[in-house]
Each structure stands twice: as C-alpha cells, then as structure tokens.
Write a protein that binds this ligand. Structure first.
Ligand SMILES: [Fe+2]
Length: 343
C-alpha cells in the first residue's frame, strides 16, 4: 500500500507503551497512523480528519469510550471501530458491539486476529461505499427518469388539449345536423359517467366512457334526415340504416389514432343476451363501457319526446330498464344505475 492510498487509522488510547508498539505495527501493515490520548483530543481530531478505522480503548481518562463509539458512529457512518481494552468484561464487549463497534479485543492482543479483523472492517467499508455510490447512481437515474416523465406528461397534456378541441368540433358538427342527438349525448354522457363512478372504475376508464358517450351517435350524421326525424315508425330498410350508425361513428373517429374508446362506441347497441348489433356480442364480451352506455342511452332516449312518440315518465322508464335487466342490459350496470338515480 503506498502512502497516498494508505488507509487512515486512528489509535485512541492513553497507554503510551501500547500506542508506541501499535503505531509501529500498524505502520508496518501499511496504514497511515494518527494518535489521540484522550476523548477530547479524539473528538477534535475526528472532526478535522475522519479516519477509516479507529482502534479504541474504552477506558479513557476523560470520557467513557462506549459513549464515544455511539458519537462517532452517528457522525461518521463509514468509519469502522475496533475496541481494544485491558478489561475483559463480557458486558462491555456486548455494549460496544451493540453501539456499532465492529470487533472487540482484550489485551494482550492476538496480532494475527487483529489484522484479520482490520481487513474485514476495511472490506466491509469498501462494500458499503460502493453500495452508497450505487444508490446515488440509482437516485440520479430516478431523477432523470422523473424529468423524462414530466416531459412526457407535458406532451400528453398538449395532446389532450388537441383532443378536447377535436371533441368540441365533432360535437358541434353533430349539433348542426341533429340537435336531438347532441343534447341527448350530453345527458347520456352525464348518466354514463355517474354509473361508471358508482361502479368505482378507474379515473381513466370513467373519462373514456364519458367521451365515448358524447360521440357515440356521431355516425347518425350520415343517416338521411327523412329517416332520422321520421314521425312514424320505420320500415326494415330504414332500420337497417339506423343500425349502421355505431359502425359509422367508429369509422369517423378511426383516423384519430389517440382515441382509445372506439370499441365502446362500436358496441353501444349490443344486448347482454347477444341479440343486439352490430356484432351480436353477449355478456362480458361486450366492453363494460358499452354496457354502461347502453343503459344510459336507453334511459335517456325513453324519457325524451321524439318526433314519433311521447316521452315515458321517469318511473315507467325505470320499470322498463329493470324489466330488460339480464336480456338487454347487464344486471350489474342496472343495479349501479338505479343507485345513481336514488342519489
Ligand atoms: Fe346509438
């Protein structure tokens, strides 16, 4: 070990003969040795120049060496302490080790064993320093990662603003064509959101359901007014046109690749028993958002005047929703909806 890289050992001991002998031995081992004869002197020295290892006599003239161990370990986590004492009290040894000493030797010291203990301490110290370095590296990387996440979040927010603007334009386009559909969609979105909240869905799912409800009937823009606003009942061909609207809504929104709720829109007219449209999906194969939308949509439509029929009363519409639970609607969604209506 050369002088520059020599580990620093501090001997704290008031026995001058011991100090002389051990200074020579430690220097012979290649360490850079310093000496303090009292606790006070040691405290001052350690503050100025923290050692790698301390050989400490716990019986000092001015302080209890055990207290010094605690003090040093609190201030210098990486400094190792080996206690060397002339008093072979087991109790002291246990106390010293509990307080953070790495080893305990009784005079006369077995030099071979002491050298091994010193090597062990310094190895342990090296590992601890490496771990510390590694931890600092991980913390640094985490900070970088956090910065990156913030950047991504910013980009998402920008995208989200563009998305909301798109939503508004689409809703306005729909309103121009069919004011019923627009105000109907607003109400459906409100019901659907409340059902999703009652079902304790995650925030982002609730958001998806809400937005899909606003736009679910967008495809109706392509249905001729003569069918959409027909006062009388529709014939089969006209119904066929109507049944195309979920797919058309999906087609209109498909180019907006950031929209993640197209399946909700496509399947909002599926029935729980598998007799709905466009794909005759049944049960839980229908996206949950679409099952929620189906209840909200039907209830809102039933309680509103149309060109071809009068609105049902709220009570009558509730009866109808209950009657169709399990056939048209998912019973779990119906239960949540009824709870929403109760407030
Ligand atoms: Fe619809």
């Amino acid at each position: 070990m050369n002088k520059l890289s020599a580990k620093k050992i501090l001997i704290i001991e008031d026995d001058k003969d011991f100090v002389r002998t051990f200074t020579a031995i430690m220097e012979n081992f290649g360490f850079s040795v310093s000496i303090c004869f009292s606790g006070k002197e040691a405290r001052n020295f350690i503050k100025r120049s923290p050692p790698d290892l301390i050989l400490l006599d716990i019986k000092l003239p001015d302080v209890d060496g055990l207290n010094l161990i605690e003090e040093i370990r609190e201030g210098l986590a990486e400094t190792r302490i080996i206690v060397i004492t002339g008093h072979a009290f087991l109790e002291n040894a246990i106390k010293a080790l509990r307080l953070g000493a790495s080893d305990f030797f009784v005079k006369p010291v077995d030099l071979k064993a002491l050298k091994k203990a010193i090597d062990r301490c310094l190895d342990d110290q090296e590992k601890s320093l490496q771990n510390k370095k590694l931890t600092q590296e991980v913390i640094k990387q985490n900070i970088e990662l956090e910065k990156m996440m913030k950047k991504i979040k910013g980009l998402n927010e920008e995208l989200s603003d563009a998305y909301i603007e798109t939503m508004k334009s689409l809703a306005e386009a729909l309103e121009a064509k069919d004011s019923y559909t627009k105000s109907h969609s607003d109400m459906v979105a409100d019901y659907a959101k409340k059902i999703a909240e009652r079902m304790e869905l995650p925030f982002y799912e609730i958001k998806k359901i809400f937005h899909s409800a606003l736009l679910h009937d967008l495809g109706k823009m392509s249905i001729p007014d003569s069918i959409l606003n027909k006062p009388g009942s529709l014939d089969e061909k006209e119904w066929e046109e109507i049944r195309k609207h979920p797919g058309k809504s999906e087609d209109i929104l498909k180019p907006l690749t950031f929209i993640t709720f197209l399946p909700i829109i496509r399947h909002h007219h599926e029935r729980f028993d598998g007799t709905g449209y466009p794909d005759k999906l049944s049960g839980e194969k229908i996206p949950l958002g679409a099952r929620i939308l189906a209840v909200a949509d039907s209830f809102e439509a039933m309680t509103r005047d149309r060109s071809y029929r009068k609105a049902l009363s709220k009570e009558r519409a509730i009866e109808e929703i209950k009657r169709c639970s399990g056939s048209q609607f998912d019973p779990k969604v119906v239960i949540a909806f009824l709870e929403v209506l109760k407030g």
